[in-house]
Design a protein around this ligand. Structure first.
Ligand SMILES: Cc1cc2nc3c(=O)[nH]c(=O)nc-3n(C[C@H](O)[C@H](O)[C@H](O)COP(=O)(O)OP(=O)(O)OC[C@H]3O[C@@H](n4cnc5c(N)ncnc54)[C@H](O)[C@@H]3O)c2cc1C
Length: 383
């Protein structure tokens, strides 16, 4: 088998890369080890279209998120993907928190976040009477999206341009031969398939570090090793469904390990709380990662009750768990996405996408555009 481009992983980022690749006239194969697309992190998240407020100015996360927020709504319109541009409040609950809110506002302006406003408690009460705060930032361009429909739209677009999407096929390893790479894949029957590809895009999500390692890259030296951090969600009783119409977030974690336990609304109008943040010990087997730990109920309740006082403990029921692929193993710092063609490691045509945590859902299409901008700069056959 032969293809111009091989994409490893059929989460939202791989699917967006497949659409970008095939639309440029490149023969494209995407392999996904699960039986369908988006069965891992891409379907276990808050489904929020972020604005780009949180990330260090100049980082890939900030740059791509601001661009994505600007483009994604019209793209959803175009492809009939459900979204709700409901807007978001970031609330200060005590007066002590106001300086942090102001700092966040300054960062938002530096990042080019559009339409941001500072609200006083009176303004907040007018738009969200059930929220109490001492001040808030209002981000009208933040919204929610049906992540499954968004993924499906990338899949349909990629297929429309002739891409092959192959499920139940796992990437195993690679050998370099002249101007292309010979890749070994395993299908559901355990059969080994060989494929030649000139370009390989590693969008393997939680396993993108292992895939990078299979290319011969020292993942510790280059900061590619991933650490897993899980987040739980509780859903809130339907009796509270119409009590909020915007997403409501507290101030983020000081070093941005997470954006704080927030209130989101899903497509059906149901309120969800989450996610929290907990590093998974390396001894915990992967089969245990998504087990819900209900001992967190009180913690969630008191975290959100501060700014949403009508919440009652019995409103909460366990929902889902998602796992973040983090490039740091502790709550000490924030690291950027890696979007890198490995020319400097003598691996031209191999692009690694590592540490694609939030806002990766928002940014998937912009990440894909970035990948092909990089390839276009370095290879004359890429349009
Ligand atoms: C709790 C939580 C909340 C989040 N909230 C938001 C949010 O509100 N907004 C936002 O923008 N982002 C959010 N994110 C981030 C977002 O979900 C991710 O950035 C995004 O889904 C990553 O997509 P992906 O395609 O890189 O990875 P994945 O969805 O993990 O896909 C990778 C795929 O690669 C496949 N794969 C792995 N190894 C192989 C192999 N060897 N062979 C073949 N296939 C392989 C896997 O099976 C998987 O399907 C959140 C994440 C979490 C965990």
């Amino acid at each position: 088998m032969q293809s111009d481009v091989l994409i490893i992983g059929g989460g939202i980022v791989g699917l967006a890369c497949a659409a970008e690749s095939a639309s440029r006239g490149l023969t494209t194969i995407l392999v996904e080890k699960n039986e369908s697309f988006g069965m891992e992190t891409s379907s276990r998240n808050s489904e929020v279209i972020h604005s780009g407020i949180y990330y260090p100015t100049g980082s890939l996360k900030a740059r791509l998120c601001v661009r994505a927020n600007h483009n994604i709504y019209s793209e959803c319109e175009c492809h009939n993907v459900w979204y709700n541009k409901c807007g978001k409040l970031i609330v200060a609950v005590t007066t002590d928190e106001i300086p942090s809110l102001e700092k966040l506002h300054t960062r938002a302006l530096a990042n080019g976040v559009e339409e941001i406003q500072i609200l006083d408690p009176h303004d907040v009460h007018k738009i969200e009477p059930n929220i109490v705060c001492t001040g808030a930032l209002f981000l009208p361009t933040t919204g929610i999206v049906d992540s499954h429909e968004l993924m499906k739209s990338y899949l349909t677009e990629a297929k429309g341009y002739g891409a092959d999407m192959v499920f139940n096929v796992e990437y195993l390893g690679v050998n370099q031969s002249n101007s292309s790479y010979q890749v070994e894949l395993k299908d559901a029957n355990g059969e080994i398939i060989k494929l030649n590809a000139r370009y390989i895009i590693n969008s393997a999500g939680l396993r993108s570090d292992k895939v990078a390692e299979s290319f011969g890259i020292d993942i510790d030296e280059f900061g590619y090793r991933l650490h897993y951090n899980r987040g739980h969600y509780y859903s809130v009783s339907p009796s509270k469904s119409k009590t909020i119409s915007h997403l409501v977030y507290p101030l983020p974690h000081e070093r941005l390990v997470s954006v704080g336990i927030h209130i989101t609304i899903d497509k059906g109008g149901r309120i969800k709380l989450g996610p929290d943040t907990e590093y998974i010990d390396s001894t915990v087997p992967e089969t245990e990662w998504y087990k819900f730990d209900d001992s967190r109920r009180e913690f969630f309740y008191s975290a959100v009750k501060r700014y949403f006082p009508i919440l009652e403990l019995e409103d909460l029921s366990p929902d889902q768990v998602g796992v973040r692929p983090k490039r740091v193993g502790s709550e000490k710092e924030i690291k950027d996405f890696i979007i890198h063609e490995e020319i400097d490691k003598d691996l031209p045509g191999i692009v690694n996408l590592v540490g694609i945590e939030s806002p990766g859902l928002t940014c998937a299409r912009e990440i894909a555009r970035e990948v092909f901008d990089i390839l276009k700069r370095n290879h004359s056959d890429i349009k």
